[in-house]
Design a protein around this ligand. Structure first.
Ligand code: GDP
Ligand code: IMO
Ligand code: MG
Length: 430
């Protein structure tokens, strides 16, 4: 039986997971999303078109790979239908290449409203969520009050939905008493009509994806999983509360798909040659100076969907070691080598100085992180134009030294090196 290759973000998201999945999909029959929702934005530049994938797995862009939205995802039907329409307009045969788990939780109109109201209520301690309703939808899931895709087709759908809408209206009024538009925005008959239409349009894609995936593996089909978000945004292992509401780490890949631990083969951890973060929360190597601004400009570090400027800093290997331990990484992808290579000198964080004591062990304790200063090792930059580099040997010596050091420090091979945003701008060492 073939093994499943997994792609996981190692830092705070936006490491270039979509691009690596796009490459792996050339050789994959099925690509699965396991966690998160349309808070993700995975950019792929293919055939002169830039795609910002939010819910549909990026692997579908190969043209032959079937995309599966797993049970662990929270799905906004409006966003998904928009994405389907866009891909169809670009010539993709989505009807034969998309499956949605009957167990996927559905985002309802009050979820983004609650997300915004909760952020407002948090005042100084806000998280900086994407306001797409991700947290409130997972809250409903764990409260056992969520609506799953299969519930859209149940006999009691109307009464189920009505109960949910009315109770959440009350909750919204509690959190945001000044909002006078709640009744109008959540008019039950309107919501019901809209979701009946969504249900009809999505019906052809819905199936038991757990059985589908296991049968595919038994038939020796090649399956890959596209992680969303990242290790430091994990609800358990990230910088809580500045995290998302799911487990983007390896455990979430399993519970979010129904695959078993022994089905997993390679686990590829994705990093950029520097670090970035959107939203609030600790970031030890953050550069609040012109160097940080320069990384942002050179790397075009603005949100794929929101356009929010990303916070930028040097690469943090202490964090990467933590991500390796948690996810059992078998390989690393270093993206944006072209971007970091534009600097004369490049710094890499190799330890944290915690009140005078050096450590290479990461902790998500906020007080600990607040008191950590990065200990840097400096490398020579000026890599020059990397567009002609098709193999590791083609890279300039300074770039090779940088990659070799990441491998030595993490004791993990670097399997992919990104040398540009385009699909073909990647060195593969499999
Ligand atoms: P994801 O969420 O992990 O899939 O990453 P995003 O798509 O949000 O952000 C990664 C950004 O970096 C996108 O704009 C990509 O097009 C771009 N990118 C990925 N790899 C490289 C690379 O090696 N070099 C350059 N210059 N851009 C890259
Ligand atoms: P991809 O898959 C970067 C961040 C948000 C916020 C926090 C909580 O593209 O790497 P949420 O809306 O999930 O409740 O927000 O998590 N966040 C991401 N940051 N990339 C992502 O996805 C993210 N998904 C969530 O910015 O700080
Ligand atoms: Mg992204």
């Amino acid at each position: 039986m073939s093994k499943v290759d997994v792609v996981i973000g190692c830092f705070y998201g936006d490491e270039g997971k979509g691009k690596v999945i796009d490459y792996l999909a050339t050789n994959a029959d099925i690509a699965v999303r396991a966690t998160g929702g349309d808070n993700a934005g995975h950019t792929i530049e293919a055939n002169g078109v830039k795609y910002a994938m939010r819910l549909i797995p990026s692997g579908i862009l190969s043209g032959h790979t079937i995309g599966v939205i797993g049970n662990g995802v929270v799905m906004n039907p409006q966003v998904l239908l928009g994405e389907i329409e866009n891909l169809k307009a670009h010539g993709y045969d989505i009807d034969n290449h998309l499956k949605i788990s009957d167990k996927t939780h559905v985002i309802l109109p009050y979820h983004p409203m609650l997300d915004r109201a909760l952020e407002k209520a948090r005042k100084a301690s806000k998280i900086g969520t994407t306001c797409r309703g991700i947290g409130p939808t997972y809250c409903d899931k764990y409260e056992r009050a969520g609506l799953r895709v299969e519930d859209l087709y149940a006999d009691n759908f109307k009464s189920h939905l009505e109960e949910l809408v009315e109770s959440r209206k009350a909750l919204l009024k509690f959190y945001d008493p000044e909002d006078t538009t709640i009744d109008e925005k959540l008019n039950f008959e309107d919501v019901y009509k809209t979701y009946c239409e969504y249900a009809e349009q999505l019906k052809p894609y819905v199936c038991d994806t757990v059985t589908y995936l296991h049968k595919a593996l038994e038939e020796d089909k090649r399956v890959i999983v596209e992680g969303a978000q990242a290790t430091l945004l994990d609800i358990d292992f990230g910088s809580y509360p500045y995290v998302t509401s799911s487990n983007p780490t390896i455990g979430g890949i399993i519970t979010g798909t129904g695959l078993s631990a022994s089905d997993i083969g390679n686990v590829y951890g994705i990093i950029k040659a520097y670090s970035s973060r959107v939203g609030e929360g600790p970031f030890v190597t953050e550069l609040l100076d012109e160097t940080g601004d320069r990384i942002r400009d050179l790397g075009h570090e603005y949100g794929t969907v929101s356009g929010r400027p990303r916070r930028c800093g040097w690469l943090d290997l202490v964090t990467l070691k933590y991500a390796k331990r948690l996810n059992g990484l078998t390989g690393i992808s270093v993206n944006h080598l072209d971007t970091i290579g534009k600097f004369d000198k490049i710094k890499v964080c190799v330890a944290y100085d915690h009140n005078g004591v050096e450590t290479e062990d990461f902790s998500t304790n906020l007080k600990f992180l607040e008191n950590c200063k990065p200990v840097y090792k400096e490398f020579d930059g000026n890599f020059g134009d990397l567009s002609g580099c098709k193999t590791f040997e083609d890279l300039p010596e300074n770039a090779k030294a940088y990659i070799n050091f990441i491998e030595e420090y993490t004791k993990t091979p670097v399997k992919f090196i990104g040398t540009g945003a385009g699909r073909e701008a990647m060195i593969v060492r499999l």
